[in-house]
Structures are given as structure tokens and as C-alpha cells.
Design a protein around this ligand. Structure first.
Ligand code: MN
Length: 298
């Protein structure tokens, strides 16, 4: 049998921009601000917030009421906690190890804030938000969300090398926790210093390895070091090898490209400019719902 080909490393990038999202999330954007977004279709955006020391406060920091339409937001908590509520009447807290997979689809209005106890006590905050596109056929489906608490996310042991949490997709025969609209993988991989693993990823999937911290060689040649680095890999090939030079935390993303036109304007991602204008109008007319006024102090 012929050995499956390695996916080729097309490039290694740092964050394209650093900015505040609301007043709670200081992020390093790993795409699209560095210009590589089209090559990671169906993924639209990845922000890495923190790790940042947050001072105790009476007022929850974060992002006030805002809409989304046409895609999914995936929030992965590492340290600290985020409290959210939305126009569908859902609310909850995303604690370390938890993932919130929110399908905005036809439209959601929500707020994302530091959780109350975390706000009072302060501490280290670290989180990722990933935006996943929806195909045209599902952009106007009903919104929904999946609260994937830590215990719902399957863990694959890599022996002495570390472990992988299967947030979405499939790692060999282990299925991920999230329901998705297109074929994609999101793996939270922890490698110990000196640990190595090889990941099978389908031919045709756009693929990226995101290093949050540590040091990892991708396919034994391209080293990612430090924090907030991303390696973009070819859709061709069916495997990726990772060798950790230090204890490392990574996200491995892959997906079958949707291959449809992308028109985006802030929190809306549609196929055409006319659909974006419709989204703005619908939001302003209250068709995506509204939130009750927020607590200003706790
Ligand atoms: Mn949001």
C-alpha cells in the first residue's frame, strides 16, 4: 500500500493584528488580517484572546449586544470564564475546557462578557473565538447553539506524547462533540515536550495548525515557536506530523472548502452584497431579536 502523502506547509504566519474586541477581549488575530483566509475556507476568522491578567472589577467587561448572521461562532475557553446571553433566550457560562458552538444562521443578537465571579475576583483570561462559515443552503436556517461542556468532549490519549480533545470532526474512529453543517475538524491538541504525533486529515481539506503556546515542528521541518503562530497546509495530502520541542497547546483545523462567494460586513457573512444590506436592515428592524438591558454593575 502506498504511504499517504504529507500535506505541504504553504507558509507560517504570526498574528496580522492585535486589537480589543469590546473592552474585555484583547486579541491577536491569526486570520484573516494576515491575508490567508481564503485558503482556510470554511474557516473565516480566528481570534486568540490573552492570556491576560484581568484586574478585579464591579463592571463585567466584554462585548455589548451585537448581531451575527450567516455563520457560526465557536468559543473555546482556556482560562477565565465568559457569560453569554442571546435573543433566543439562551444564556450560560463557558468555563475552561468548555466550548460554545453557536449557529447564528438567520440571525442572533447576543452579548459576551466576563463571568460575574471572574469579574469580581479577576485572574488570567485566555480564550479563542473561531468563525465557521455556513453554506448558502444553511445561512438562513434557524439559529441554535451547542453548549459543549468539558465532559462532553471526547479525549484521545496520545500516550506519553499528550492528548487530543475532539471538539468537532473525526480523529481516526473517534467522533467529535459538535454537530457541523459541513465536513470539518477542530482538534485541541496538547503535546508534552518531546512528544510526537501524526494526524490523519482527509485529502481536499484546507488545513491549519495553530500554536497557542510552546514549540512544534510541523512535518519535521517548519517550526512554530512561542505564542500565536499559524501554519497553513495544502489541501492535498492526508497526514500532518507534529513534534513538540516544549510543552505545547495547539488547535488543528481542517475542513472541506465550501467554495461559495463570501461577502462580509462586520458581524454578517453572506454570499452577496445585497444579502449583507438585507442583514443590516433586518437587524435594525429588530428581526434578529433583542436583549433585555444588561446589568451595569454586579
Ligand atoms: Mn459575538
Amino acid at each position: 500500500m502506498k504511504m499517504a502523502e504529507l500535506k505541504k506547509v504553504l507558509g507560517v504566519y504570526g498574528p496580522g493584528s492585535r486589537h480589543w474586541v469590546g473592552d474585555g477581549f484583547h486579541v491577536r488575530n491569526l486570520f484573516p488580517s494576515n491575508g490567508i483566509e481564503k485558503q482556510i475556507d470554511p474557516f473565516l476568522m480566528l481570534d486568540y484572546a490573552g492570556p491576560t491578567e484581568v484586574a478585579p472589577s464591579k463592571r463585567p467587561r466584554g462585548v455589548d449586544e451585537h448581531p451575527h448572521r450567516g455563520f457560526e461562532t465557536v468559543t473555546i475557553a482556556y482560562q477565565g470564564a465568559v457569560e453569554h446571553r442571546d435573543s433566543g433566550g439562551h444564556s450560560g457560562v463557558i468555563y475552561p475546557g468548555d466550548v460554545q458552538w453557536m449557529t447564528a444562521a438567520s440571525g442572533v443578537v447576543h452579548e459576551e462578557k466576563h463571568e460575574r465571579e471572574f469579574t469580581k475576583k479577576g485572574g488570567v483570561f485566555e480564550m479563542v473565538q473561531l468563525w465557521v462559515n455556513l453554506p448558502k443552503a444553511h445561512k438562513m436556517s434557524a439559529p441554535s447553539y451547542q453548549a459543549l461542556s468539558k465532559e462532553k468532549i471526547p479525549v484521545v490519549s496520545l500516550g506519553a506524547a499528550g492528548e487530543a480533545r475532539i471538539i468537532a470532526g473525526e480523529w481516526n474512529d473517534v467522533k467529535g462533540a459538535a454537530r457541523t453543517f459541513t465536513q470539518l475538524n477542530v482538534f485541541d491538541v496538547r503535546l508534552n515536550s518531546g512528544g510526537a504525533t501524526e494526524i490523519r486529515i482527509p485529502e481536499g481539506h484546507n488545513t491549519a495548525v495553530v500554536l497557542l503556546k510552546g514549540e512544534v515542528a510541523v512535518n519535521a521541518e517548519h517550526a512554530l515557536r512561542g505564542e500565536a503562530q499559524i501554519a497553513l497546509l495544502s489541501a492535498e495530502g492526508e497526514r500532518v506530523s507534529l513534534d513538540a520541542g516544549r510543552d505545547s497547546v495547539l488547535l488543528v483545523l481542517s475542513g472541506k472548502p465550501i467554495g461559495e462567494p463570501v461577502a462580509s460586513y462586520g458581524p454578517f457573512v453572506m454570499n452577496t452584497r445585497a444579502e449583507l444590506m438585507q442583514a443590516v436592515n433586518d437587524y435594525q428592524a429588530g428581526k434578529m431579536g433583542r436583549l433585555e438591558p444588561a446589568l451595569k454593575e454586579i
